[in-house]
Design a protein around this ligand. Sequence first.
Ligand code: HPA
Length: 234
Amino acid sequence: MTPHNEANRGDIKKTVLMPGDPLRAKYIAENFLTDVKQFNAVRNMLGFSGKYKGKELSVMGSGMGIPSIGIYAHELYEKYDVENIIRVGSCGAYNKDLKLFDLVIAMGASSDSNFAHQFNLPGTISAICDFDLLRKAVISAEKLDMNVKVGNVFSSDVFYNNNEDEWKRWEDMGILAVEMESYGLYLTAQKLGKKALTILTVSDSFHMKEQTTPKEREKSFNDMILVALESCLI
Ligand code: HPA
């Protein structure tokens, strides 16, 4: 047990899919997994273990932002012997070629967060994903015929940014999209010698403000989950 997780060691499998929203963890467990057992409800950060096509894995919410995913990922890796965390989330597109519901896989994560200050490094560390998880996710996306872009994302500390045009400077540096967690996840994995990857679906674009319907969002979420789950079988 930890202050944030009531699971016993062994309840959580080696690979954990992490959506931000705990109700999405429940949705994945109910719609994609068999033999499901809930292992956490502390703070309603729901977590479940089950099987996908016979392969044991877990799903758990991460909450929003680097501090939240930093807590849950640290505990999963260190207290529950988890080896792989695959974040499955949404992002806002900075890159103009990205369309709504395209997939973005975060090879690296840049940030305005000071999460890395704790490591006392005499420079700037790059937060990068695990290459093996990345390779498998790309193979899985290609097999499922999904539009996917792989590159650098921006993990922002703020959703409501007072500097309205700041995103253009990140776009200018080749950043594909903005979300709020991968930088914390990747650095936590790097520190603990574990593996992490983020797969995102584009939920909005900074170039064109388009509305999406709940049905469209559900389909694109399901497609992303399939990419993540199938990558675990490779
Ligand atoms: N900002 C931060 N995170 C996000 C966004 C955004 O615009 N869209 C989806 N996740």
